[in-house]
Ligand binder design. Structure first.
Ligand code: RTP
Ligand code: MG
Length: 139
């Protein structure tokens, strides 16, 4: 079975820290197949649009500044039950609450700078994947 898909970003803090390889290794060991991937950078406008659902939250400005400050790795991942299983692999938003063995437990610095993004629904995974990748870039 081909499986279902989720979208992820390795955030600027983790790219700056040299953690791309370590995080991709955890993703591979978690049983996810990479079906699209690139190193890119969000503009301020991109970050605002990507996190639009949080526009009214007090941390929105900080989040937009953080997510646009440097390169990210954007990727689409495939696995059975991809969205939910990837949220389990990344761990809680706040690394202080993240379980042992999760990506955020190992790589996240704070609730704001937390190393990775994972889509929260199949619908959002599709929207977020299309935001970053043309159809011919998805395998
Ligand atoms: P993400 O969307 O990036 O996968 O993270 P998430 O679902 O675990 O968390 P969400 O509630 O969607 O928040 C999006 C991102 O906003 C930043 N944040 N900062 N300072 C704060 O209190 C705060 N809360 C959230 C984090 O970068 C979080 O991942
Ligand atoms: Mg979220």
């Amino acid at each position: 079975m081909a499986g279902t898909r989720t979208f992820t970003m390795i955030k600027p803090d983790a790219v700056e820290a040299g953690s791309i390889g370590g995080i991709l290794n955890m993703i591979a060991e978690g049983g996810f197949r990479i079906v699209a991937m690139k190193l890119t950078q969000l503009t301020v406008a991109d970050a605002k649009k990507f996190y639009e659902v949080h526009a009214e939250r007090p941390f929105y400005g900080e989040l937009v500044e953080f997510m646009s400050r440097g390169p990210i790795v954007a990727a689409i991942l495939e696995k059975e039950n991809a969205v939910e299983d990837f949220r389990t692999l990344i761990g809680a938003t706040n690394p202080a609450d993240a379980a042992e063995g999760t990506i955020r437990k190992k790589y996240a610095k704070s609730i704001g700078e937390n190393a990775v993004h994972g889509s929260d629904s199949d619908e959002n995974a599709e929207i977020e994947a299309a935001f970053h990748f043309a159809g011919r870039e998805q395998f």
